[in-house]
Unconditional design. Structure first.
Length: 343
């Protein structure tokens, strides 16, 4: 039995071909110390044994929904929002692992801060085998300004650090998801539609970011997002940034340092795209992308952060590899640098 004032939490898990990871994910959800939860598993026409694994769980809190047709990743997120119930809702990934006290701490945060529209946590990074390979932490510039963050604070930090908010760690008030957000706008922002959701919530409500690593976020070559990391076109992230920079009310709160940060992110993106192009054998595209990385400002920034230094190093390596016709020799080294760059 649950106390009358214990809020119901809805955890939605969109799935597609998650046979190898979904059992561990569901076990971590069912092991939450906060017991008043319902779990909606929404399968998007998996062609492997995902549904067999899910239906092997007998916990009455789990409800399985099978889409008659594959409606795409964002479409499946939208169906999760429509199915949400209770006071709070979280959309978890089918290959991540959640610490037992995660939901309890997030609910406690909402109860402590009634103005909060949502709350994130920080995360460890794990690989395909579950080995810890790093962490996703709150930017240092935000660590002394908790507990609630405004749109302005978060957007400025995103312009400096890119998207540091962890999608499957986010819990929102259900009415905000359903009445204010409604849907992921994948047709506009493609793989970065989640960032647009966080910013839309923040435009109306402050949000929290818990300081603890309350989940493990999996990085795997088997994920659809792996193809995004190998892209040679401008990152979808900038579709979101361009959209919000066009808003007069957003431009009004930015200064020159914020706009310089956007330029730094663009240079980093060009460096990664140049590496991807060279690895893929498109030497002309690699040459074009790397040629714009050696501005005086770019060289100056190289001494300000590890990532800015790597931007210049990667650009230099690509340019030399193309000029010396040494792409075969450079590829292993560039893959190593790329791995460091992405952590």
């Amino acid at each position: 039995m649950h106390a009358p004032d214990t809020p119901l939490v809805c955890i939605c898990v969109p799935t597609y071909n998650a046979e190898t990871t979904i059992a561990q994910t569901l076990r971590s959800i069912l092991a939450q110390t906060y017991r008043h939860i319902v779990v909606h598993v929404v399968d998007n026409c998996s062609t492997d044994g995902t549904l067999v694994v899910v239906k092997g769980f007998t916990d009455p809190r789990i409800t399985v929904h099978e889409n008659p047709d594959n409606i795409g990743g964002e479409g499946n997120f939208n169906r999760c929002i429509a199915l949400a119930q209770g006071e709070f809702t979280a959309l978890f990934h089918a290959d991540d692992v959640y610490e037992p006290e995660m939901v309890e701490q997030q609910v406690a945060f909402f109860q402590r801060y009634p103005a909060a529209g949502g709350v994130f946590t920080q995360a460890r990074l794990i690989d395909q085998t579950g080995t810890v390979i790093g962490a996703l932490d709150l930017p240092a510039s935000l660590r002394d300004t908790a507990p609630l963050y405004s749109f302005e604070q978060i957007f400025k930090a995103v312009l400096e650090h890119s998207n540091f908010m962890i999608c499957p760690s986010f819990m929102a008030r259900t009415h905000i998801y359903q009445q204010e957000i409604g849907r992921w706008r994948g047709e506009l922002f493609r793989s970065s539609a989640d960032l647009d959701v966080w910013l839309r919530v923040l435009e109306r409500h402050p949000c929290g970011i818990l300081p603890d690593h309350l989940m493990s976020y999996r990085i795997s070559r088997l994920q659809w997002s792996a193809a995004v990391r190998d892209n040679t076109e401008r990152a979808d992230f900038f579709l979101v940034i361009d959209h919000y920079l066009e808003k007069p009310e957003v431009r009004a709160v930015l200064d020159e340092s914020d706009l310089r940060n956007v330029e730094r992110l663009e240079r980093r993106d060009r460096a990664m795209r140049a590496v991807n192009a060279l690895i893929a054998g498109d030497l002309e595209h690699a040459r074009t992308l790397s040629s714009g990385l050696f501005s005086p400002e770019g060289i100056t920034n190289a001494f300000q952060s590890r990532r800015d230094l790597l931007t210049v190093v990667l650009g230099t390596l690509v340019s030399l590899a193309v000029a010396l016709r040494a792409s075969d020799i450079a590829r292993p080294l560039l893959r190593h640098f790329k791995s460091s760059f992405n952590r």
